[in-house]
Design a protein around this ligand. Structure first.
Ligand SMILES: NC(=O)CC[C@H](N)C(=O)O
Length: 234
C-alpha cells in the first residue's frame, strides 16, 4: 500500500493531481496529455491561487511569458506560484513556462518582466529571432531517450535557450545538437534542478508523451519518498 501526499491510503498506485497554469498559451494540450497517463487522477486548469493548494504538481505552458506574467500579477498568482515552487512541489515549465521558472532572463521587455524563478539559470528569450521562428529537431534527452533510434521530436516556437547555468545543482538534459542559424549546436534546451524541469520546446504539441510520463514519475517518486520520510518520523 502506498500512502499518498494527503495522508490517504490507496490500494494501488498513488493518484496524483496535476495543474496546468491556464492564464494564456498552450495549456489545453498539456491537460490532454496528462489525462492519458494512468497515475494522473486529475489534470485541471489553474487560474486562481486557491487552486494551487489542491494539486501535487504544476505545468507552466508555452505562450508569451510577458503576458503570462502580467496576467499572473493581476490575478494575484505570482507570489502563490513562487510559494508553490519554494514548497518543492514538482513544477515543469515549457518554453514561455521555462522563462517564467528561470531566475534570470535576457532580452526581456523594457523595464523587465516578472518571473516566478526557481531554476538557477539565465535564459535568452526569442533566441532564434524572426528568421527561424519555428523548427523541429530530434533530440537526445537524458532520462527520456535511450538511443539514436528513439530521439525526441522537439518543436521550437519563438523559443528561448538556456544561456547560462548558475548552480551545480542544474542537470543538463538536452542540447540542440545542430547549429540553428547563429545558435551553436551546444546550446542547452532542457534542464532539471531537483523537482523543477525546464524545456525550451513544446512536448505537448507532439504525439510523444515521454517527458510528461517522466514528469509524472518524478512526482510520484517525490511523494513516495516524502511519505516514507513522514511515516519514519511518526
Ligand atoms: N512558444 C513560446 O512559449 C514562446 C515564448 C515567447 N517567445 C516568450 O518569450 O515568452
Amino acid at each position: 500500500m502506498i500512502r499518498t501526499y494527503n495522508g490517504d491510503f490507496q490500494q494501488s498506485q498513488a493518484q496524483l493531481k496535476f495543474g496546468v497554469l491556464a492564464l494564456q498559451g498552450a495549456f489545453q494540450e498539456h491537460i490532454h496529455m496528462l489525462q492519458n497517463i494512468p497515475q494522473v487522477s486529475s489534470a485541471i486548469p489553474i487560474r486562481k491561487a486557491e487552486q494551487l493548494k489542491t494539486i501535487d504538481a504544476l505545468i507552466i505552458p508555452g505562450g508569451e511569458s510577458t503576458t503570462m506574467a502580467l496576467v499572473a500579477e493581476r490575478s494575484g498568482l505570482m507570489e502563490p506560484l513562487r510559494e508553490f515552487v519554494r514548497s518543492r512541489r514538482p513544477t515543469w515549465g515549457t518554453c514561455a513556462g521555462m522563462i517564467m521558472l528561470a531566475n534570470e532572463a535576457n532580452k526581456t521587455k523594457k523595464g523587465g518582466q516578472g518571473l516566478i524563478g526557481g531554476l538557477d539559470i539565465t535564459v535568452n528569450r526569442n533566441q532564434f529571432g524572426s528568421q527561424i521562428d519555428s523548427f523541429e529537431s530530434l533530440l537526445h534527452i537524458n532520462h527520456i531517450t535511450t538511443s539514436s533510434d528513439d530521439l525526441f521530436p522537439a518543436i521550437f516556437i519563438r523559443a528561448p535557450i538556456i544561456s547560462s547555468i548558475n548552480s551545480s545543482n542544474i542537470e543538463v538534459l538536452a542540447r540542440l545538437e545542430h547549429d540553428v542559424g547563429e545558435t551553436d549546436a551546444s546550446a542547452i534546451v532542457a534542464v532539471k534542478q531537483g523537482n523543477l524541469l525546464g524545456t525550451a520546446f513544446h512536448p505537448e504539441l507532439t504525439n510523444d508523451d515521454r517527458i510528461h510520463r517522466y514528469f509524472v514519475q518524478l512526482t510520484q517518486d517525490y511523494y513516495n519518498t516524502e511519505n516514507e520520510r513522514k511515516i519514519n518520523n511518526l
